[in-house]
Design a protein around this ligand. Structure first.
Ligand code: ATR
Length: 481
């Protein structure tokens, strides 16, 4: 069990108290960020902890470390001194802010010092020794690292290996690449982890407290927790954590699945060994880039040169593509007698379309690929053994019991675009659109309104996730989720 600290960034204490009430039960500690408080509110800092029913941390972060405090140092320290008259459990002080007298004042009142070391991009070699020195004085050393690359992420997530002899420490990463450190704090042996109440668009490293508590169940994560994830760039808005984490919870598996922003798959494979990551999903732009790091792969991955699932088998990495399998699986209920000889039109000839064509052809479907750029349609047809045509002509060809829309046309923010605006649905077609944002594209809406059976990209995403879950856990995905 690792405590979750809610960082309060309201302008008034009243605002902060209201948040604490609303979110009660989701956190174990509260950090009051005095640097975000309005001037007049700062005078009431001392009375704040008594109004809480969880331990409180007092912190006032300077602008140069990304905080909101622009006062001069004596003013900032006297604010903390005033605040410390209240019953704070912890006081956060920077590593260059030594022997201020606040340490003494804190000790006398039973307030522990959290000693924050800020760094950017690289962890200084001497940092573990400096942290040990502070820990030996009864403080809790805290690393706050600004990071922007996989290499830096690897450095932060493996730092705990070098912190032997320090019982309590805190590790924070700032920026999207830092988010795994917040979720995996328990796995990394940290004393607690931080989150905020609401997340603004510019803070991709943080998840709101309910998400940390209910989706990632961070308070239950410890060194024994199995880690799974998804790599991609961008990846923070992936829907896959919302598929896998509830699944783990229902089957009672001690595991977590989280997004790993990545810019270098090789660094991530290294990190996976260090952190004992059991398996991960792969999304854009790495579905092809992971291939050189796999020891084994399915025929499908070798054929389409695209892998969306990597599973550790002993010491080896095995890759497969559940996009294709999940897609075929989700068609089973529409075509219970299989796809053999089913006339199928695939719109698009890009990476996603290619994987779909491969899957359909391998099941014996009679496929024609239609693409805006006809050379690509031809290449795709030659590669997978199917027919091809120009997207412009698709509306004249007609009579396909199965149509798969696999271009990016109609995706947010171009909701009004349609890849085949002149095509009139008869109502007898089964139509799949791989786009899931929006959930219903214009093309799919026209199909549904004409009476067709339709499936959107969310259903496919779920289907590939369900297969992936089986590969990750060896168990079936709970049917009622
Ligand atoms: P993905 O991996 O999602 O398939 P991709 O490989 O870039 O992405 O392929 C995008 C597909 O959408 C291609 O088939 C592309 O057609 P072209 O090969 O002619 O580029 C198709 N596409 C994208 N924008 C399009 C548009 N405005 N009209 C028609 N097709 C479009």
């Amino acid at each position: 069990m690792i405590p979750l600290c809610l960082s309060l960034q309201g302008k008034t204490l009243g605002e902060n108290i209201a948040l604490l009430k609303e979110l009660k039960g989701h956190f174990d500690l509260a950090e009051i960020r005095a640097d975000y408080l309005q001037e007049d509110q700062r005078e009431e800092l001392a009375s704040f902890p008594a109004r809480l029913d969880v331990p409180a941390i007092l912190s006032c972060r300077r602008a140069r470390e990304g905080g909101g405090c622009t006062s001069d140092e004596p003013t900032r320290l006297s604010l903390l001194e005033e605040g410390l008259k209240g019953s704070y459990a912890y006081l956060d002080l920077e590593s260059d802010c030594l022997d201020t007298g606040l340490e003494e004042q804190g000790r006398a009142k039973g307030t522990r010092i959290i000693r924050s070391f800020y760094c950017r991009g690289k962890i200084p070699p001497e940092l573990p020794a400096l942290m040990k020195d502070r820990a030996d004085r009864g403080e809790i050393p805290r690393v706050v690292m600004g990071l922007e690359t996989s290499r830096e992420q690897e450095e932060l997530l493996t730092l705990s290996r070098r912190l032997e002899g320090i019982d309590e420490y805190l590790l924070l990463g700032e920026g999207a690449f830092g988010s795994p450190a917040r979720i995996l704090a328990g796995k990394l042996g940290a004393a607690f982890t931080y989150c905020t109440a609401a997340v603004t668009a510019d803070r991709e490293d943080e998840f709101p407290v309910e998400v940390m508590d209910e989706l990632y169940r961070v308070r239950e994560i410890d060194r024994e927790t199995a880690v799974f994830g998804i790599i991609g760039n961008p990846v923070m808005h992936s829907k896959s954590p919302a598929i896998h984490n509830p699944g783990f919870s229902v089957i009672g598996m001690k595991a977590v699945y989280l997004p790993f922003p990545t810019d270098d798959p090789e660094a991530f494979f290294r990190l996976s060994r260090e952190l004992d990551i059991r398996g991960f999903s792969v999304t854009m732009p790495f579905k092809n880039a992971v291939l050189p790091f796999l020891h084994e792969m399915t025929e499908g991955v070798a054929a389409v040169k695209s892998c969306n699932t990597v599973v550790r088998r002993g010491d080896r990495w095995w890759g497969c593509n559940t996009d294709v399998e999940g897609f075929l699986f989700s068609l089973d209920s529409w075509f219970p007698r299989g796809l053999s000889s089913v006339k199928t039109a695939v719109l698009g000839a890009g990476g996603a379309a290619g994987a779909i064509v491969y899957g359909l052809v391998s099941r014996g479907a009679d496929v024609t690929v239609y693409n805006r750029t006809t050379e690509k349609a031809l290449q795709c047809a030659e590669k997978y053994g199917c027919s091809w045509g120009s997207l412009r002509d698709f509306h004249r060809e007609g009579d396909y019991p199965l149509i798969i829309q696999a271009t990016g046309v109609g995706m947010h923010p171009h909701e009004e675009s349609d890849p085949a605006p002149d095509y009139r649905f008869s109502g007898r077609e089964a139509v799949v659109d791989i786009i899931y944002y929006p959930e219903e594209t214009r093309f799919l809406r026209r199909a549904r309104e004409a009476g067709c059976r339709t499936m959107n990209g969310l259903a496919m995403l779920k289907a590939q996730g369900v297969l992936q879950f089986r590969l990750f856990t060896g168990r079936e995905y709970p049917p009622d989720l």
